[in-house]
Design a protein around this ligand. Structure first.
Ligand code: DOR
Ligand code: ZN
Length: 424
């Protein structure tokens, strides 16, 4: 199938240039200012911009085991709705993705029924229980792109060192959810001003920082590739800055919510502001934005964490941690960071495309002739109200419900197939 996209501006080398694109089967065949060719489908994208398909290094698809929250079909539909053409599936499923059969299940289902590419992240320890190393090497031969115990954190430094030594032998990056359990305790929100005001127990920044400090030291000693998930405090960023300056192979990601929301969002006990790591102070948020601009933070990842209404509609202390994020990542960040001139459009787009591709060495992330036909067409000015009805995820746990957001995704094309088309 040939798809011709006309009259748009295309994002190449950090600039938007007026150009047409011809897609021939799975690849971008031609990019030129005016293409006069026949095609099976012509898309008039006048006024819109074409970006490389977004790549998310951190999504929870809940499949197998918790498919009432999400499954591979709905999770990848939500991805396409958000402009994503590739997502990495975290292994905290039921059972945990800690063996090759589980890896293959996700790969096969995604290939058959998915609306985006799905890369599998295998568990770092068996059952993510933090006691025994998983079969990383076998899973690597089955195609995993990294290992992680996300949602959990290996508390035993000796075991973590073994995981790093083992993983680095097979060139497998390790993604950490940095949380010291004793310091985090039963904390519900960031340990700071708001936790004191409203009387919720706090998770101090230290709970994240001590693990990051530990794992940077272990990475230095083992030579392992360390990627820090959802970094959230100014001090954590300082640790990464020092590590990078020393040449230790460490990268990190930040979520949209840590870039635009703070602990203040929790004052009304809205359980859609409850996640791990928690929303931090304004100082921390500003440090994250600055670090994204500086390139200290490598990329943006959603931490898409679907939970059902009946689970979130509970007293704050009893609701699970996590919010969905695939469908709002670009619109929310475009509105709150680009339109307010805190970061450039290029900074945002690169953090969602070429940068995550670089971190895990994934294909895609840029638009050029011959590259895979993974792209998203966005009307930056068009606003859409983000209602429960237009969410394609099975879960609706978002702090941005019913808000009007610019940066409406019009079409997403993955591997030469239209995976999302705006009906509005
Ligand atoms: O808020 C979160 N939810 N943080 C995590 O690390 C895990 C995730 C989940 O799986 O629900
Ligand atoms: Zn996590």
């Amino acid at each position: 199938m040939k798809i011709l996209i006309q009259n748009a501006k295309i994002y190449q080398n950090s600039k938007l240039i007026k150009s047409d694109i011809l897609i021939d089967r799975k690849r971008i065949a031609k990019i030129a200012p005016k293409l006069e060719v026949s095609a099976d489908k012509v898309i008039d994208a006048a006024g819109a911009c074409i970006f490389p398909g977004f790549i998310d290094l951190h999504a929870h698809l809940r499949d197998p085991g918790q498919t009432y929250k999400e499954d591979i079909v709905t999770g990848t539909k939500a991805a396409a709705h958000g402009g994503f053409t590739a997502i990495c599936a975290m292994p905290n499923t039921e059972p945990v993705t800690d063996n090759i059969a589980s890896v293959e299940y996700i790969q096969l289902r995604a290939k058959e029924l998915g609306s985006s590419r799905v890369y599998v992240i295998g568990a770092m320890t068996k059952g993510s229980a933090g006691e025994e190393i998983s079969e990383m090497a076998t899973m690597k031969s089955g195609g995993i792109v990294a290992v992680s115990d996300d949602g959990k954190c290996v508390q035993n430094a000796r075991l973590m060192l073994s995981c790093m030594r083992y993983a680095s032998n097979f060139d497998i990056p390790l993604i950490i959810h940095a949380e010291d359990y004793n310091l985090a305790g039963k904390g519900q929100i960031h340990g700071g001003k708001v936790s004191t005001q409203v009387g919720l127990s706090g998770i101090p920044g230290l709970a994240e920082e001590v693990i990051i400090a530990r794992d940077i030291m272990l990475a230095e000693s083992s030579g392992a590739k360390l990627h820090i998930a959802h970094i959230s405090t100014a001090k954590s960023l300082e640790l990464v800055r020092q590590a990078k300056a020393k040449g230790i192979p460490v990268t990190c990601e930040v979520t949209p919510h840590h870039l635009v929301l703070t602990e203040e969002a929790c004052v009304n006990f809205d359980t859609n502001t409850k996640m791990k790591p928690p929303l931090r102070s304004e100082t921390d948020r500003k440090a994250c934005v600055q670090a994204l601009k500086d390139g200290l933070i490598d990329c943006i990842a959603t931490d898409h964490a679907p939970h059902a209404d009946f689970e979130k509609e509970k007293e704050f202390d009893y609701a699970p941690f996590g919010i969905i994020g695939l469908e709002t990542a670009f619109p929310v960040l475009y509105k709150h960071l680009v339109q307010t001139k805190q970061i450039s459009l290029a900074c945002l787009v690169d953090a969602l495309t070429c940068s995550p591709a670089r971190v895990l060495n994934l294909p895609g992330g840029s638009l050029s002739e011959g590259s895979p036909a993974d792209l998203t067409i966005i009307d930056l000015d068009k606003e859409t109200v983000f209602t429960p009805q237009n969410i394609l995820s099975k879960s609706k746990n978002s702090p941005w419900l019913n808000q009007s957001l610019p940066g409406t995704i019009l079409w997403t094309i993955c591997n030469g197939t239209i995976t999302y088309q705006n009906q509005g």
